[in-house]
Write a protein that binds this ligand. Structure first.
Ligand code: LLP
Length: 432
C-alpha cells in the first residue's frame, strides 16, 4: 500500500492535494508521505519480530534530515557509506551505536571520525581496509568493531549497475576466502570481529536470490560464530518495490502488485529467511533503503510545452534528469500520473526535461492522458534514489522537499537559491 490516492480526480498525498502543493511551493517538487514510510518500516519490523534484529536504514536512498529523524524516532539504525552520511545521521539525532559503516573506499579521516563517535560496526570490503582500520584504531588506542562483507557470488535478476553479489563487481570478499581473512583479522590487536555482512544487489523483486545467498552463507556464518564469537549477521538490503502501482487504472493495489506476479513483501521475505536465520542465534541486521522510502515519495513537475516532431509527441516538463536520474541511468520505469485527472483522450508521448541531452527523459513512447501546458504531472515512486542523486547540471537549483503527515505539510528542504550555485566559487585573482 501507499498513501497517494485520487480523491475527486485530484491526486492526494495522505490528506493533502498535490495540486495545492505544486501551486504553493512551485515545481519541480519532491513530496514524501510520512504514513507510507512509517508503514513500510513497521511492516518489516513486525515481519522480522521472530528474530532479534536491527533495521539499519540505508541512508544513501534518502538522506533528508526529517526522514532520518522520523526513522530514528521509530528506533531505526542506519547504514552509512561516508563520513558525510554519518554526520547527517548524527545531525538528525540518530544513534551512532546503531550505525554500520559500509563502502569500499573508507578514508583514514572517515574511519577516525566513525571510531570516535562509537559506531556499531565497520562493514569491511578488503584486507587493506582491515589493516587501515586496525592502524587507525591503534593510533586512537581503541578497538574497532568489524564485520567482513562476504560476496556470495549469487546473481540476482536486476539492472547491471545495481548488481553487487557476483565476482564481477568491486564489492566484498569472495566467499571462498572469508575463513582465511577472519583468521588473519583475528590476529589484529585493534579490531574485534563483531559480525559478518552481505548484500547481493538492489531492486530484487523475488525472494529466491535472497534465499539462495542466505542458504549458501549460513554454514559459514555458523562456523565464524563458533570460532570468533561474532554476534550479528547482516543480510544487507536490496528488497525491491513495485514501480507500477496500477493507480492509473483504478483502485490502488500496490501491496499485491500487478496480477500474476509473486511480489516480494516484507512478510514473504521474512517467512522464507527467518527459518534459515533463526537457528544461528545471532542478531540479524537488514539494510533496506528503497523498500522503506521508494513508494513514499513523488516528484511533481509542470508541463511547459507539448511539442510534436513528425509522428512523435514530446511533453516537455520543468523537471530534468538532474532532478531524477533513474530513468536515463538505469532505464528505470516510473509511473507518471496527472495531478488532476481529466478523463480525456490519451496520446503516446515521451516525457522529457529541459536539459540539453537526449538522455533527459522520464519515459518514452508511453500512453498518457493528453496534457497541456500548465498541467502538473507526478512521477511516482521517487522517494528512493531520487533527490539524493540530484545534481546542479545546467545550473539548475535543487528542488524543494516536502513531508506530508495527514493534513500537515512541512518544507523539509527549501528550494535551492540560484545564487547558492556559485556561493563557493571564487574568481582567480588575475581575473578580478
Ligand atoms: N546495503 C548495501 C551494502 C548497499 O550497497 C545498498 C545499496 C543497500 C544496503 C540498500 O539497498 P536497497 O535496499 O535500497 O536496494 N541508485 C540505485 C540503487 C543503488 C543501490 C546501492 N546500494 C537505484 O536508483 O536503483
Amino acid at each position: 500500500m501507499h498513501y497517494f490516492r485520487y480523491i475527486n480526480d485530484k491526486l492526494c498525498c495522505e490528506g493533502v492535494s498535490v495540486y495545492s502543493l505544486a501551486r504553493r511551493f512551485g515545481t519541480p517538487l519532491y513530496v514524501y508521505s510520512q504514513a507510507t514510510l512509517v508503514t513500510h518500516y513497521q511492516k518489516l519490523q513486525s515481519a522480522l519480530a521472530p528474530v532479534e534484529h536491527l533495521i539499519c536504514f540505508s541512508v544513501k536512498a534518502n538522506s533528508n534530515l526529517s526522514v532520518l529523524r522520523l526513522l530514528a524516532s521509530l528506533g531505526s539504525g542506519f547504514d552509512v557509506v561516508s563520513g558525510g552520511e554519518l554526520q547527517r545521521v548524527l545531525a538528525a539525532g540518530g544513534e551512532p551505536s546503531k550505525c554500520v559503516f559500509a563502502g569500499v573506499g573508507k578514508t583514514e579521516a572517515e574511519i577516525e571520525f566513525a571510531l570516535k563517535r562509537g559506531i556499531y560496526c565497520f562493514n569491511v570490503e578488503s584486507e587493506p581496509e582491515l589493516e587501515r582500520i586496525n592502524r587507525v584504531a591503534a593510533r586512537l588506542r581503541k578497538t574497532a568493531p568489524v564485520a567482513v562483507r562476504v560476496n556470495p557470488n549469487v546473481a540476482a535478476a536486476t539492472h547491471a549497475k545495481i548488481t553487487t553479489g557476483t565476482y564481477t563487481t568491486k564489492f566484498g570478499i569472495p566467499f571462498e576466502e572469508i575463513e582465511s581473512v577472519y583468521a588473519r583479522a583475528a590476529k589484529l590487536k585493534h579490531v574485534r570481529l563483531r559480525g559478518v555482512q552481505m548484500h547481493i544487489g538492489s531492486q530484487i523483486t523475488t525472494v529466491e536470490p535472497f534465499e539462495e545467498a542466505v542458504r549458501k552463507t549460513v554454514p559459514l556464518v555458523q562456523s565464524l560464530k563458533e570460532k570468533y564469537g561474532i554476534e550479528f549477521f547482516s543480510v544487507g538490503g536490496g528488497m525491491g518495490i513495485v514501480y507500477e502501482s496500477a493507480l492509473a487504472s483504478g483502485s490502488p493495489r500496490w501491496w499485491e502488485g500487478p496480477a500474476g506476479k509473486d511480489l516480494l513483501t516484507p512478510t514473504r521475505y521474512a517467512s522464507r529467511l527467518v527459518p534459515l536465520l533463526k537457528p544461528l542465534g545471532l542478531r540479524i541486521i537488514v539494510e533496506p533503503g528503497r523498500l522503506v522510502v521508494g513508494n513514499a515519495g513523488i516528484l511533481v513537475t509542470r508541463v511547459e510545452y507539448v511539442k510534436r516532431i513528425g509522428s512523435k509527441n514530446f511533453v516537455i516538463v520543468d523537471a530534468g534528469m538532474n532532478d531524477l536520474i533513474r530513468p536515463t541511468l538505469y532505464d528505470a520505469y516510473h509511473e507518471i500520473l496527472p495531478v488532476v485527472r481529466k478523463r480525456n483522450a490519451t496520446f503516446c508521448a515521451d516525457v522529457v526535461g529541459p536539459i540539453c541531452e537526449s538522455g533527459d527523459f522520464f519515459c518514452k513512447d508511453r500512453v498518457l492522458p493528453k496534457v497541456e501546458q500548465g498541467d502538473y504531472l507526478a512521477i511516482m515512486s521517487a522517494g528512493a534514489y531520487g533527490f539524493v542523486m540530484a545534481s546542479n547540471y545546467n545550473s539548475r537549483p535543487l528542488p524543494a522537499e516536502l513531508l506530508v503527515n495527514g493534513n500537515r505539510v512541512a518544507v523539509v528542504r527549501e528550494r535551492q537559491r540560484v545564487s547558492a550555485l556559485w556561493e563557493d566559487e571564487k574568481l582567480a585573482p588575475w581575473l578580478k
